[in-house]
Structure formats: C-alpha cells, structure tokens
Design a protein around this ligand. Structure first.
Ligand code: ARG
Length: 498
C-alpha cells in the first residue's frame, strides 16, 4: 500500500513535468529574449510580469503578423549568444545596432533613436563632458554600448586614460546604486532609462547629456540570428504596419509621456524615516504585490519539494535498510548509497543549474526547481528516516517477528510508528533548511520571495527596508513551521510514559 502511494505520487510528478514541458513554443509562437532591467523599454511591473515599450511593441508586431510572442528574461550580455544557439528567436532590449554586433547577428530596421548620457551625484561640478571621465571611476551595465564607451581600449578615442576604472554590473540599476553609494563617480547609460533612474532618486542624482559631436546617436533594432532573412522581413513589415496605423505613436505616448512619479517623504527622525521608507517601498509603489507573489512561489516550491523529498527519502531509506536486514551490502543499498553520496557532496546551486540548463534545456524553471530540491532533500530525508528506524530497539523487531508478523508488517505496525517520534525533530530541521535554500531559485529566473525583494531594491534604490522585511518574512515562515512541528510532536508523545 505504502509503496503504491509513493509510486502514484512519483507518477503524478512526472505528469506535471510532462505538462509543463509540453507548453513549449509551437509553430506560431516566437520566443523573444530581453533584459527587463531597462525602463521604460523593459522592466518588471507590479504584477511581476515583463512589461515596457519594447515588450508592447513586439507584441503589436506579432499581432500584426499573426505570431504569438513569448518573452524570456536574461542577462543583457547573454542575449546575442542565446540567439546564435537558437535558445531564442529574436531579442528586443533597447539594443543598439553596432558594427560589432552585426558580425554575429542581423537586425530589423531601427525602431528608436537614443543617446548615451552621464549620471552624476547632484553635487558633482567637476565633470561636464565625456572627456572629463578620464581617470575616474565609472559604472556601466555589462556588455552595453555604455560599457564600450567607458572602457579605455585601443579603439576608444575619448576615454584614453588607462587608469580609468570601469565597474561592470549585470543591471543598470545596480550601476546607479553604486553611484548613489559613492563607489563610482559616474554612470554611462542610455538617456531614457537614465531619466527614469534620476527621477526615482529625488534630487540626489543629476544627468548630463553627452555632446552629439563626441558620441553619435544610436539606433535600436531587434536582433535575430545571422541569415534569418524571413524573420527580418517579418519584423520590418510589422514595424512598418504599426507605424502606419498609429499603434507605434500610441506606445510612445504611453511609455514616454509624463508618468506620475511617487516620491518618498523625508524626516530627520530615524524611526519616522524608516516608516516613510516602508510606506514608499511596499505601499505607495505597491511593492507588497510583488512580495506576495514571491511568497506564494516560495511556498509552492517548498511544499512540492518537501512532498517529493519525503517520498524519495522513504524509498531511499528502504533501499539502504535492505543492507541491515540482509546483513550484507545489496544492489539497492549500494545504489541508494551512491545517490546520497553524490547529492550530499555537491552544492545545491550547482544541482539546480545542471537540472535547469542541461536536463530541462532552460524550459519549465519551476518544475526544474521542484525536482532539484526534491531530489536534494530526498537524500537528507533518507538518512534521517534510516537513523530513526535504526534507533528503535532491536527487541521490537524480534518481538514482532516472534508474534508471527512478517518483516513488512513489523515495520509498518511496530517499528515505523515508534521511529516517527525520533524522526520528527530532524525532519523539521530539514524542512526549515529547504525553505531557506529555495532562495537561490532566482538563478534560474524564478521570481520567488528573495528575487522579489531584489526587484524592490532595483526599483526603489532602498536596500535596508526590502532586505529586513525579507528576513522577517522568512523568519515568520520558519517559526510557524517549527511551532507546527512541536505541537505535532507533543501530541505524539502524549502516550509516552517517559
Ligand atoms: N543601448 C545599449 C546597448 O545596446 C544598452 C541596452 C541595454 N538594454 C537592456 N535591456 N539592459 O548596448
């Protein structure tokens, strides 16, 4: 019976896995890569969805041409590689058409014209032009044209001083945060996001335009695989159509018009200031919604992984126990031993990356995460269960067997009920560890609780409040769980004499 249940559970999991991986792209869907850290072109909105001018533009083009568009969020510098390997069909990310990029990908017709500009701390009167950045510290988003402009290499005619320090960040917002914290003197970034960043920071930062004589305006295009003429034609036709029918202008109005900007109240009293910050981060800019969504994701992953882990752990424990019963190594015990050894010997982040990138081929991240954490936890649970069973006095087994029960019956009616009490505290620890471990799923683009707070930092440039609240939420979950477990344990112990 028990085995059948485990089997059924595993089967269910396999079905879920199948379902999610079937949801891959079909004939009429194109997968478009972006880097949603670049407002107003692409960003994560209050619902945790990818939104922005580029996103709406791409959807409009798709609609015009009879394609469904699915977005995949990744690092900016990974986009070109993902196009070349076929992981995505196109990339739209405020990406400048450059000679260098044209060597590895093709571009659609330009759809937007932009400039680079410099962000400084408000008080900085020393820097006025791009040349002034020679010998200074500059932060940029890695792999962007701003990065190229800042880096003093052979081809750079303006920043020539080799002592110039360039700090490269995965996100534009992190580059700005570095400036705000005084780690660098300036940020070089495209003008539209720069305006958003400066506006979001009250009057602590300012922006200066770069003289068009020193740096030419840039054209943004949609990148596709080299030689994919069909796609280029499709995109160009779609772009032309939405320019003609007015949709393009509507989008410009919608994303570049004067957006209402929420600003934070300030106070000299530290406590009042924290209260204002809390209100700003979670209520006024609706951060609580992102956090709640993230919380749900974290709970979902943890719960499913625990179920999977316990089922697998029981199976592995039974496999290992064949050794105790037969008094010599068995095929099953060796197999389980190897599995546990490997899982315990490698970091769970590495397991997650292998599962997601290699096994699941970057599809269905949630399922990949549940399988990884389930498989990981299973190894630990197996040892907990095995130790719990072995801790039950040997006489219990002998007693059961001499009453005429089979090995299985003795296990089920006599040993396991006693073992459960030994197992519970350790199992509780394992669940707690598991919940906290899931905070690494951001690595595979899942928006869990930790990732949500990360987004809030990018969005509000506040670090203290989002992180403290994050810690408090994890603490409450863990505390609740351990309370639940001790209540359960107390009930089980009621019948104990000791
Ligand atoms: N226009 C610049 C470039 O092509 C920056 C683009 C950054 N885009 C982004 N989604 N992060 O390099």
């Amino acid at each position: 019976m028990k085995k059948r249940k485990i089997f059924a559970l595993l089967l269910c999991m396999l079905c879920v896995m199948n379902l999610t991986s079937c949801g891959k792209k079909s004939e009429n869907t194109i997968v478009v890569g972006t880097n949603a850290e670049f407002p107003p072109f692409e960003y994560i909105d209050n619902n945790g969805d990818i939104a922005g001018f580029d996103v709406a533009l791409m959807k409009a083009v798709g609609e015009e041409m009879g394609y469904k568009v699915k977005f995949s969020n990744m690092e900016f510098k990974s986009l070109l590689g993902a196009i070349s390997t076929g992981g995505i069909d196109a990339a739209i990310a405020g990406m400048t058409i450059t000679e260098d990029r044209l060597k590895s990908v093709d571009f659609s017709d330009p759809y937007f014209s932009a400039n680079q500009c410099i962000i400084l701390q408000s008080g900085n009167e020393e820097i006025k032009t791009l040349e002034d950045l020679n010998g200074k510290k500059i932060s940029v988003q890695e792999g962007t044209t701003g990065d190229i402009m800042a880096t003093p290499d052979e081809e750079n005619e303006i920043i020539t001083d080799k002592s110039t320090v360039v700090k490269r960040f995965k996100k534009g917002t992190d580059a700005v945060l570095e400036l705000k914290n005084g780690g660098v003197d300036a940020v070089i970034i495209d003008s539209s996001p720069a305006q958003k960043f400066v506006a979001a920071n009250g009057d602590t930062l300012k922006l200066i335009e770069i003289d068009p004589e020193t740096a030419e305006p840039e054209d943004y295009g949609i990148a596709v695989a080299k030689g994919n003429e069909e796609m280029v034609l499709m995109l160009n036709e779609g772009l032309a159509k939405i320019k003609e029918n007015g949709v393009y202008d509507e989008l410009i109005e919608q994303y570049f018009g004067d957006a209402e900007i929420v600003t934070k109240e300030t106070s000299d009293n530290w406590f009042v200031q924290q209260y204002y910050t809390f209100k700003y981060v979670f209520i006024e800019t609706e951060g609580y919604r992102m956090l709640l969504d993230g919380l749900l994701v974290t709970l979902k992953i943890s719960l499913l992984s625990v179920l999977f882990g316990v089922a697998l752990g029981m199976l592995l424990a039974l496999m290992k126990l064949t050794e105790t019963r037969k008094k010599h190594k068995t095929f099953w015990s060796v197999l389980a031993g190897i599995y546990i050894d490997i899982v315990r010997g490698t970091p769970v982040v590495v397991q997650l990356l292998i599962m997601y990138m290699v096994v699941f081929k970057s599809q269905a991240p949630m399922v990949a995460a549940v399988v990884t954490f389930g498989m990981n936890s299973g190894a630990y649970v197996a040892e907990i269960i095995r130790a719990g069973i072995l801790a039950v006095d040997n006489g219990q087994m002998e007693g059961g067997r001499s009453l005429g029960l089979t090995y299985g019956q003795t296990m089920r009616y006599i040993i396991i009920p006693q073992a459960v009490k030994n197992i519970l505290p350790a199992l509780c620890n394992e669940f707690i560890a598991l919940i906290k471990e899931t905070s690494i799923v951001g690595y595979v683009a899942i928006q869990d609780l930790t990732k949500a707070s990360d987004f809030l930092i990018s969005r509000t440039y506040e670090t203290f409040m989002p992180l403290i609240v994050l810690a408090v939420i994890y603490y409450i979950i863990v505390k609740g769980l351990s309370k639940l477990f001790s209540a359960f344990e107390r009930r089980l112990r009621k019948s104990d004499i000791r």
